[in-house]
Every structure is written in C-alpha cells, then in structure tokens.
Ligand binder design. Sequence first.
Ligand SMILES: C[S@@+](CC[C@H](N)C(=O)[O-])C[C@H]1O[C@@H](n2cnc3c(N)ncnc32)[C@H](O)[C@@H]1O
Length: 304
Amino acid sequence: MLENNISKGVLVVPHSFKNIIGSIGLTPFYTNKDTSCILYNADCLNVMDSIPPNSIDMIFADPPYFLSNGGMSCHAGKRVSVDKGDWDKSKGIEETHKFNLEWLKRCQNILTKDGTIWVSGTSHVIFSIGFAMQQLGLKILNDIAWYKVNPPPNLCCRYFTHATETVLWAAKNKESKHYFNYPLMKKMNNNKQMQSLWSITAPKMEEKIYGKHPTQKPVTLLERIVLASTKEHDTILDPFAGSSTTGVASYRLGRRFIGIDSNKEYLELSIKRLNFEQRTKQDVRLEIQHIEKDMEKQLASVAS
Ligand SMILES: C[S@@+](CC[C@H](N)C(=O)[O-])C[C@H]1O[C@@H](n2cnc3c(N)ncnc32)[C@H](O)[C@@H]1O
C-alpha cells in the first residue's frame, strides 16, 4: 500500500473527498444526504483550478460537440434544426481546440497518478480531443466505438446513418499504472474478453421522467465505464455534467461524485435524478431491514 503511494521518491497522501470539496471553496449548488454527490453551477475551468492536483480517481467528460450551427437532424421522425443551446455553438476549429486543451490540461493535473479519463464525442470534436490528449502526453488506452443500436435515420440520404460515438479512454501519462476491472468486464460479456465495440441503446424512457437533456447519455454506458475503471468509494468528476448521468451511475455503484455545469436548468434536472436515486437506495435498504427482521422473528419462533 505504502509502496503504491510513493511516486518518484515522494510520498503521495491520497486526498479525502472532504478535503477535495474543502479546497474548491465554492458553495455547492447541491449536496446529497450522505455528501457523496456534489454539484457546482460554474465554469468547469474555474472549479478545476481549485481542485488539488493528483486527487481525482476518474473523470468522465462529455464536452460540447459544437455542432449547433444551423444544420438539420431527425427527431421523433421529424426534420429539425440542430440547436442544443448557445453552449454548443462553434467558434471555429482553432478556438474549439484551444478550449479542449484548456479543460483537458486541468483534468490531467487533478487526476491521481494512476487515474484515467474518458471523453465521449462525435466527429465534430473527437479528433481535436485525441490530438489534445497526445499533445498533453496523456496515454490513450482505448477508443471505444459506442454503437447506438437504433439511431435516428439520416433524412437527407446523402450520408450513412450516424450510428456510433467514440469514447476515448486515457491515463494521466505514460507512467500510469491504470486500474482496469478486466475480470468483471469479461464476466459481463458472457465470460469472453470484452471488445472495444459497445452496443448500448439511447437513454430509456424512465431515464427521462424528470425532463431530458439534449445530449443525455444512457446510464448503462456510464455504469460500464464506472465499473471498468474505478473501485468502490473512488472519486469521480464530470466537468460537463448536464443531467448528471455520470452522477447517477456513480451513486448507484457506491462511488463519490463531483459534477459541474454552467447551466442551472440542467443541474435542476440533475438534482431530481439524484434525489430519485437516493430515495430508491433508501427504499431498498428499508426493504432489506424489513426482510431481515422478519427472518429473525421466524428463526426465533422456530428455536422456541
Ligand atoms: C454534451 S452535454 C453533457 C450531457 C451529459 N453527459 C448528460 O448525460 O446529461 C455538455 C454540457 O456541458 C455544459 N457546459 C458547456 N460549457 C461548459 C463549461 N465551460 N463549464 C461547465 N459546463 C459547461 C453544458 O451546459 C452542457 O450541459
């Protein structure tokens, strides 16, 4: 254990979640009952500047794709203009790349020495992300092709249907000894080595009962990512949290979560989703206690 915490002759003391939150200094927008999920309504660059270096075990980032630029798409069988919000409007490829370098640089700094980062994106942004990762010296571990199984059709019929999104997985640097729960991934894949092609459908109806985010990710995708690359009680950060799909998966799986988003409305939606998860966990706990008490009573009556 001690050996694992010694990096280049320097003893690295792991940061507690409380200590990380304390360093941020900002008033959280939301904290759940057991203080395992914290949300900030702010620019992620500012928040990441105050997070201690080498403190976050895993980052999932779903940054703006910068594709709301007057194009057309298909939604519920209808032709609609692509307008996800001002946060998704492009300022040009150079500006996009500069922005990607800025937030990725901060992510790299706050990751623990063996920590990893996952970034999802379409062709609009993923090449810039990959290049920025290479420029910063992150070690790219995998490029996951997330196959969306039942994507909306391409209405203009001049392209193939866009059916995949890329999720890049990278370690802090070349020296990192990243964590990968290989046995679990194999088990989840009928005891065969899991490939980098993941077939996962779009978010289900029940994931949108409190409203929806225009680019909401499926919880199944985030659960797989969390299980593959973190241990229980690890600290996970999502700098572009949106509706906090990462938070939902982290909470369900007993990890700690810090989510940041510059849009209050999306965080209101996040709060509804996270409170629902909290109530569900509480109900399950109460149900288990109930069953245990019943069993104790039955055993006592058999023994008497
Ligand atoms: C692609 S969406 C993330 C969706 C999320 N993965 C989900 O499942 O709901 C990107 C989010 O980044 C937020 N955003 C954009 N620029 C930001 C910034 N500089 N700091 C923090 N959040 C930002 C937007 O408000 C938007 O909700």
